[in-house]
Design a protein around this ligand. Structure first.
Ligand code: PLP
Length: 431
């Protein structure tokens, strides 16, 4: 291939990908779409610049405008999450977690954590960030029926093993974590409580989920692109004030964990887009988070009513943006492929009891992106019907795909973001 053909090949795939998603139902719980104003930041000159350090204390010249942007991003993050400390530099949620490990724990020291099969993220697992830091992982007991940490057991465990960090946070996250009890136990044994809010950051910012920093978390990490609909990136927050020497040293260690710990360039264009996402969330986050949760609850009920096995039945299925389905032993992959063939994008997921992460028995669904394209409860009912046709009635996938495409036609605009004056901007077109 000539260079031109190579380039065209790549551009063609990007265009096809745009078309695929514009005609599909994107239901991956960790995904979202960027607002036009956030998107604009990604093609600015901030991309490609370096700004090691903190505003006003740089290793490179040329940062005077970026310093103002980073300061504004921190200010907006603190306002959105009502806290004293925000670090907007981590380039991903995983990077934020490694920075926290680097700052607060040494190799070989113990942490308490949820098992991956019970919904924890790989960055808290042996093969992920926790493993990279070489910490000792001790699992919380889990209550399958409530899809939550077994709180009395967790408190006992923390008192017994005296971890350095009590970790909380999940990728399958249907219900808030009983944090206050865990925080109390952790603080009693001198441990810090870390809450990984990657999935639920936008729900917390929208004040529709638990408020970990008020319930005892010393530090909260997160991704800025899941329920919080910003650019791909990470974030570290704390409500520690730095008033005492101990507190000051705690915050200094956290900052040092990020740089020089795990970043050099930290993707300045993404920091600028994060700042815009925070501003948009301060304006629209409450309404968006509320509708996202309502949609998840309605989707769960609609699927249950059509004969699907939905987790969390006794507690109303979900209090987040997620729904977890049990499909059958090892059958999650096949179901997610079939759904993709109909234009419904989800992911296979482990459920409690699963041992093979490559052949899980469940499907995880999310409503953030559907909500952002303007869908409400009525549409959740129709989507549940598509699921029934694809997975229970086993109708021809081509026929369903055509119907999904038709259904999606009315939902091509983004909601819950600033649009005035940006009408010419088509968010599915490459700039
Ligand atoms: C997604 C996720 C992460 C990782 O975030 P990235 O931004 O993808 O690196 C960390 N923790 C939890 C609980 C997650 O769900």
């Amino acid at each position: 291939m000539s260079w031109f053909d190579e380039v065209e090949y790549i551009r063609k795939q990007a265009k096809k990908n745009n078309e695929f998603f514009a005609n599909s139902l994107p239901m991956i719980a960790s995904e979202n779409v960027l607002s036009p104003l956030c998107r604009e930041m990604l093609i600015t000159d901030f991309h490609g610049r370096y700004a090691e350090g903190t505003p006003g204390h740089r290793y490179y010249q040329g940062c005077k405008f970026f310093d103002l942007v980073e300061e504004k991003a921190m200010e907006l993050a603190k306002k959105l999450f009502n806290c004293h400390y925000a670090d907007v530099r981590p380039t991903a949620g995983t990077t934020a977690n490694i920075a926290i490990f680097k700052a607060l724990i040494k190799p070989g020291e113990p942490v308490t954590v949820l098992d991956l099969a019970d919904g924890a993220h790989i960055s808290f697992g042996k093969w992920g960030a926790a493993g990279v830091r070489g910490v000792e992982l001790i699992s919380y007991p889990f209550n399958d029926e409530e899809m939550n940490i077994y709180v009395d057991g967790a408190v006992k465990l923390i008192k017994k093993v005296k971890p350095k960090l009590a970790l909380n946070g999940r990728s399958v996250f249907l219900f808030p974590t009983p944090l206050k009890e865990i925080a109390e136990a952790a603080h009693d044994v001198g441990a810090y409580l870390v809450y990984d809010a990657a999935h639920v950051l936008g729900l917390i910012g929208g004040k529709q989920f638990q408020d970990p920093l008020r319930e005892g978390a010393d530090v909260m990490s997160g991704s800025t692109h899941k329920t919080l609909p910003g650019p791909q990136g990470g974030l570290i927050l704390s409500d520690h004030t730095g008033d005492t020497d101990l507190d000051k040293s705690f915050l200094r260690k956290l900052g040092f964990g990020v740089f020089p710990g795990v970043t050099s360039s930290y993707h300045l264009h993404h920091v600028a887009a994060k700042a815009i996402a925070f501003a948009e969330h301060l304006e629209f986050g409450g309404a968006y988070a509320k509708q996202t949760i309502k949609n998840a609850q309605h989707l769960a009920r609609s699927l249950y009513g059509r004969g699907f096995k939905v987790f969390g039945e006794k507690l109303g299925f979900t209090k987040s943006h997620q729904v977890l389905l049990e499909i059958g032993p090892g059958k999650g992959k096949e179901a997610s492929q079939k759904l993709e063939d109909t234009g419904i994008v989800t992911n296979m997921n482990t459920i409690p009891g699963d041992e093979d992460p490559l052949n899980p028995s469940g499907l995880r669904l999310g409503t953030p992106e559907l909500t952002r394209i303007g869908m409400n409860e009525n549409e959740m009912e129709e989507i549940a019907e598509f699921f029934k046709r694809a997975l229970l009635k086993k109708e021809d996938t081509k026929k369903i795909k055509a119907d999904v495409k038709e259904f999606r036609k009315d939902f091509q605009e983004l909601h819950y973001c600033f649009k005035e004056g940006f009408r010419g901007y088509d968010y599915h077109k490459l700039i």
